[in-house]
Design a protein around this ligand. Sequence first.
Ligand code: IFM
Length: 481
Amino acid sequence: MTTTPSAGRTFPHDFVWGAATASYQIEGAVDEDGRGPSIWDTFAATPGRVLDGHTGTVAADHYHRTAADIAMMRELGLDAYRFSLAWPRIQPIGSGAFNQKGLDFYSTLIDDLLEAGIDPVVTMYHWDLPQALEDAGGWPNRETALRFGDYAAKIVETYADRVTVWTTLNEPWCSAYLGYGSGVHAPGRTDGADALAALHHLNLAHGLGGRAVRDILGDTSQLSLTLNLHVARPDDPESAGDLNAARKIDALANRGFLNPVLDGYYPPDLIEDTKEVTDWSFVKPGDLEITHTGLDVLGVNFYSTQRVRTYTGDHARVMADGHGNAAASPWIAADDVEFLVQPGPYTQMGWNVDPTGMTELLVRLSRTYPDLPMMITENGASFADEVAPDGRVHDVERVSYLARHLDAVGQAMDAGADVRGYFVWSLMDNFEWAYGFHRRFGIVRVDYETLERTWKDSAYWYRELLRTDVLPPVEQAAQLA
Ligand code: IFM
């Protein structure tokens, strides 16, 4: 998969080129300057939860290296940098007093980005819930959404003079279903009813955060929500059973988030599918008016596709999807869905490389919501990078993955999708959740012994793309240093 027909594709001059990270994955400094504990500190410290017991205690040490990291972003030529605020750094127990040192850390980061000519694109929440809120019930508890509303109001008020693009949540699918359904993410709970209550309270939190953004910024706000939407295709598109399996996953993973935010309701089929699990009484009168914020820009994270069929019970159930759907679904509603092995190639995560899914998803979204601009807020790949004898990381598979997906974005744009920008996941190697440091997604390598940053070939290739707005040939990546 080294060559690609995409070389030469040109993107509009005002297309926003960025890179993304998240607080717990890169910052480290978990005990410094008044930061409170998060659910990921607790989860990572629990034996058996994260591969080899890795934790985010140091991570990429970004907290102490922000100036150098911003210099690197400038050198890359980024238009924008997407990062998240650590709620427990700003409000250590998720309610009550705010921590000035935490607020100051991000204030300096924002100022320094602006000084470097890089737009800050802020995510309010990328999974590091203050542990105190989890102790009080976590996302299945309505109070958590209300506390998020207070936190959102404080941060928007603090940074509104410098930040206009506000993403409330990153991938609430993961927070709800992996955190409370399959338990493979923090806080590691396994209860289908809790997972669905979490889904609603995350949607409610988005709504409350969105109100803060709109109240404080008015017309200048760019309200966003980042979703990891799924392309779950029926194995046999002629089979009613397989179509039904795809519909179920679509309801759980896509419409359960899109509909309350963009249309003001929960999909009736989702409520019906899950009626054995919950009665949805956690949705209170008026909630859907709050969730129904609309969006100024939808954040789309895309990595791979799924192929599903109805499980009929006549063989051992196939659960090959590496994204966590397979693990999460039995706890929720889709215990009659099989996730089939996809054709390769695969990334080191076991995710299939299928850029056609990117085009399909963006075109579908643009047809369903024709007036809604989109940004690719994450796309990238983990491969087993090696440092070559010349000291470089020749990550041609990653370059190819990026080129093919960017071409797929371009194809969606050709078909009418309004895509305004692209953020590579990730700027640098980081703590990949339950996989610890065993999966590297960065275009910049982090040596976890020395914390030194080394540009991979993909970083040079990306810089060339950002300089020209034209997709460079994959084969040229190694020569671009
Ligand atoms: O590392 C994660 C990120 O935190 C959220 N989206 C998917 C990435 C790769 O797994």
